[in-house]
Design a protein around this ligand. Structure first.
Ligand SMILES: *Cc1c(COP(=O)(O)O)cnc(C)c1O
Ligand code: SF4
Length: 338
């Protein structure tokens, strides 16, 4: 098949999801207006805004409650003044990812799998993000860099799985995704391609018929790990998108981050597991927040998180209880807590 000249190809007719993606809410004032909120009650941090600008797709904003500063979706994306709190435990590269970055765009930390930072951007900026200080532009894929990644993977038989991750791989155009899957599938020791994405939640319109066609009938197993923190994120469009993805045989799982005042209570996590399961998504990981500079206000202690998991266990079948994990630099896998 012909390789595209560059990986950023826009079709002449931008699709609906691409319009949404190019029309993100980036000014806190616009979001305040839309949600009928009073700025005096909860100002935005200008400093946080310049370091990691606000970015919210309209379909995600539409799931927020109006005039409610306590909304759990709003909290995930609002550049709060608390981000300026300086705490020496909170650093810019808490996972020491710079150490396992053998080449631009590729992270090889764990046995058997590599992670490609497939796209230069996410569709949303989650304030707690552990990659908020990651240099995506530096790791932005170009055709030459991709070839080096394929060569690296091809030369190491122990790699069976390739993870396409953040920036959000589904922010790429269909052609690029198809090309990437074709190239990776042609490496004979690759058995699984995993896609880490928040798009079925934040822009469910991304799951188009064209994309479904590209993901269908693959020789490798395709696993999609979505990122949803709260049942309120599962609107009918998201549910429809997830049902469609599962109907073509994708394995669907979810990872969440336990976040103070967003989802750090058992009722909320139980409801999330149940709602996800109703659209064939199983829980995978529940992450303790990483110690990333600017995110201390989201912190939930280990003991509190363990207690939440214990409560979930008394109320749900085992397969609906996520594994509580934390990422610790230098470890051969994520670290199980408890
Ligand atoms: C989290 C992560 C993975 C995936 O780990 P799993 O436990 O298989 O989900 C792979 N590579 C890197 C660099 C990661 O951060
Ligand atoms: S979608 Fe994931 S990688 Fe992107 S900002 Fe949110 S948490 Fe970070």
């Amino acid at each position: 098949m012909n390789k595209p000249e560059t990986l950023i190809i826009q079709s002449d007719q931008p699709e609906k999801w691409q319009k949404i993606l190019s029309d993100l809410i980036t000014d806190p004032k616009d979001l305040l207006d839309y949600l009928q909120l009073d700025e005096a009650q909860r100002p935005a941090s200008l400093m946080a805004q310049t370091q990691f600008p606000m970015k919210v797709p309209m379909p995600f904003a539409a799931k927020m409650r109006k005039a409610d500063w306590g909304d759990p979706l709003l909290k995930q994306i609002w550049p709060a003044t608390e981000e300026e709190i300086v705490d020496s435990r909170y650093v810019t590269d808490p996972l020491a990812e710079a150490d396992s970055n053998p080449m631009s765009g590729l992270l090889h930390k764990y046995h058997g799998r590599v992670l490609l930072t497939a796209a230069p951007h996410c569709a949303v900026h989650c304030r707690y993000c552990f990659r908020r200080h990651f240099d995506y532009e530096e790791n932005a894929p170009s055709r030459v860099l991709w070839q080096r990644c394929f060569d690296y993977i091809g030369a190491d038989n122990s790699i069976e799985e390739v993870i396409l991750s953040g920036g959000d791989p589904l922010a790429l155009a269909d052609k690029q995704i198809g090309w990437l899957l074709d190239e990776l599938e042609s490496i004979h020791h690759i058995t699984t391609i995993r896609i880490h994405t928040r798009l079925p939640i934040v822009i469910p319109q991304r799951i188009t018929n064209e994309l479904i066609e590209i993901l269908s009938l693959r020789k490798v197993k395709i696993v999609m790990v979505i990122h949803c923190n709260h049942a309120q994120e599962l609107c009918s469009d998201s549910r429809h998108a997830l049902n469609t993805l599962s109907s073509i045989g994708l394995i669907l799982m979810n990872q969440s981050v336990v976040l103070k005042d967003v989802n750090d209570n058992a009722d909320c996590l139980v409801e999330l597991s149940r709602k996800l399961f109703s659209v064939s998504v199983l829980p995978y990981y529940l992450h303790l927040p990483d110690e990333v500079a600017g995110t201390a206000h989201f912190d939930v202690s280990r003991n509190r998180a363990l207690n939440l998991i214990a409560q979930m266990q008394t109320r749900l079948p085992g397969y609906l209880v996520p594994k509580l994990v934390k990422e610790e630099p230098g470890q051969p896998s994520k670290t199980r807590i408890g």
